[in-house]
Write a protein that binds this ligand. Sequence first.
Ligand code: ZN
Length: 512
Amino acid sequence: MDERGVVEALVSDDGRVVFLGSSDEALAYRDKDTKVIDLRGYYVLPGLIDAHLHLAGLGFSLDWINLRGVRSIEEMKARIRQESQDKELILCRGWDQELFAERRFPTRHDLDEAMKDKPVIAFRICGHLAVLNTKALELIGLRRILEGPYKEYFERDEKGNLNGIVKEKGLSLVHEAIRGDEEYYLSAIRRACIEAAKHGITMVHAMSCTLEELKAIVTLRSRGELPIRVRAYLSYDVFKTIENIERLRAMNDDMFKVCGIKVIADGSLGARTAYLSEPYHDEPSTRGELLISKEELGEIMDRALDTNMQVAIHAIGDGAVEMVLEVFEDRKEEVTRLRHRIEHASVLNEDVVELLRTVKPVVVVQPHFIISDWWIVRRLGQRRARLAYPFKTLMRHCVVAFSSDAPVEPVNPWVSIEAAVTRGMDIGIELGKLTAHERLSLEEALRCYTTGSSYACSEERRAGVLREGGYADFVVVDKNPLNTSKVKVLATFVNGNKVYEARPGVVEAIQA
Ligand SMILES: [Zn+2]
């Protein structure tokens, strides 16, 4: 599949595609060093691009205890007991209290019952909230919690004691406590890249990059050990501390670029911290909260503009999306030129759609949220849910890029594509029935995962597309991806080099 449709053969040289067309013509490029690969009727498509994930987080999570799909606090405790044998620090992710038979959040006491003598930290599926056992609270330091600037992010029970739940900014103390050494980061990032390549991803946008992450990526790049392309969006706190951003960006090359900064405007729907224009349907006492004011966002954008950095803003609730769009509206030229992005844009309303139409930011979404947020109709009520994850509507007005937000959702893009195409209708997701008109075709979904995502980092001429002069990044799959999302990735190539194959020799090189 390329801009001219389906072609028979592709020639790459020095990491770039130099020819697309018939096999006969392609063979004319052959010299004694040429490797000819016979694809035996398999399908080739441009490498997919995940426009929003957390690279180190994904790498770390590969050996965390996975609590996704756990149906009760009792099951959560049993899982932690079973899988924590040889670990000193027990890290878990993926629980969702909405699925629990007990219908409540777990507390430090629940975790103490699972494990008393080692610290346990269990992140909720959204990553915006965690529950800690007593040992883990001690690991962070009770004084730092109780007297520090983030004390209100640590919840208390009726008696005023910490109940183990930590939210949003308070999590920075948690992340600090579990931070590993340099080697730990190098291996996490390498593993995350390989995991992505396994599913046909050849480029990722690494969001909220920390300094440790950035250093590790740069080290891997300079050693020639970065398996796939990485585009970094620094967390704003990191951006502030880097004295010479121009010097950092002067090191950009085809494998790694620093593109922009990530700013967070609100929380998540799961934790009811996403900022809605009206109260939550299932909790009328709150409409979530903005984590940044219009003025603060404006100032951040001014600083970003000084160094021509693209800005990517996390906004989930329609109230937050609207606030961001209003700030963008005053900077239309800049939004168009630097392609400022809104991350998530999960809930819209008619006014917000109208604003999107005039402001036209890049919108980066995560189709698999439709499956994980199966309760969303309850949160929003039927009327507002009609504009939840409205991908078709978004595509009418903006360039839409697809992503996983891994480790929040699975990094496998094919399950995200499936979610965008079915909207969970086949598995009884309520939102699917309400918003059937927002389903995408396979071709549209693939476009979002390729050119949509490369547009989001201003590389649509080179990446996410197979064209002469573009990157020789491509994926071999067993079935036609325009007919089904249930394909098997057989091999992944970056710069014309094989970085993954499903089994040795699956795409056999024949010397013709
Ligand atoms: Zn994210």
